[in-house]
Ligand binder design. Sequence first.
Ligand SMILES: NC(=O)c1ccc[n+]([C@@H]2O[C@H](COP(=O)([O-])OP(=O)(O)OC[C@H]3O[C@@H](n4cnc5c(N)ncnc54)[C@H](OP(=O)(O)O)[C@@H]3O)[C@@H](O)[C@H]2O)c1
Length: 247
Amino acid sequence: MTRTERTSVLITGGNKGLGFETARRLGDLGWTVFLGSRDVRRGQAAADKLAAGGADVVLVQLDVTSDASVTEAVRLVREHTDQLDVLVNNAGAPGRVVPPADATADEIHGVYDTNVYGPIRVTHAFLPLLRKADNPRVVMVSSAGGSFAVVTDPEQPVSRMHELAYSSSKAALNMTTVRYAQALPEIKFNLTTPGEVANHTFVATDMNGHTGQLNVTEGTDSIVRLATLDADGPTGIFVDRLGPVAW
Ligand SMILES: NC(=O)c1ccc[n+]([C@@H]2O[C@H](COP(=O)([O-])OP(=O)(O)OC[C@H]3O[C@@H](n4cnc5c(N)ncnc54)[C@H](OP(=O)(O)O)[C@@H]3O)[C@@H](O)[C@H]2O)c1
């Protein structure tokens, strides 16, 4: 199969964790994987591993906080294809967990730059390529912490975790995604959290010092599901691997 006949996906933060596992699973389906990594060396090591497993992978240097990097990423992807079927906005930054009283605007800005402006920057830049696809899909990797319903549920551990930057950035990402979905019905925009909200579980990755209860394959079930939606699939939904997540 030639590259133009394959389904294509760009994954931000694809060098490790959930992004890498998403790349591995979609590569296994025979897709062309544009593997985003802000660091070329880490990205190349990840791309080599995927290629050794048989994937059709193209490394794309991509720092979601940099307009120049995103512009260059579009140029590189265009060298390989004139359309993009799927964009997975996976890259994320946790920020420091500090009580709201100690949170500074500078720190919040850094987290928002990655978790909110990053997906907007990348989505906006790749819209022309997405629009050329028959069934374009954008998957936003959010968090249970971005759900008002979860954060205000006293049964949920996150309700007792006093933190401002990360959860509010993911809440902003959720609204951003809903607004995209409403305005652009020709493209599916869906959200997922990698953990299991009902079971209060999350996924063992570097982001949490590998303290999560789920592995990355379980953690990417919902990402893969949203990435592989049929043309008649939903848009504007928020799910985990078990089903819908309350807003
Ligand atoms: N693990 C969970 O249970 C869980 C739960 C809820 C939500 N999430 C979300 O899942 C996504 C993936 O996280 P993970 O758990 O797989 O963590 P991870 O292993 O720490 O991976 C984070 C990825 O994001 C990349 N990244 C950070 N800032 C970036 C930037 N400015 N530009 C490009 N890439 C950047 C990192 O690149 P470097 O290697 O260069 O740092 C890395 O590839 C995040 O959006 C996170 O918020 C995870």
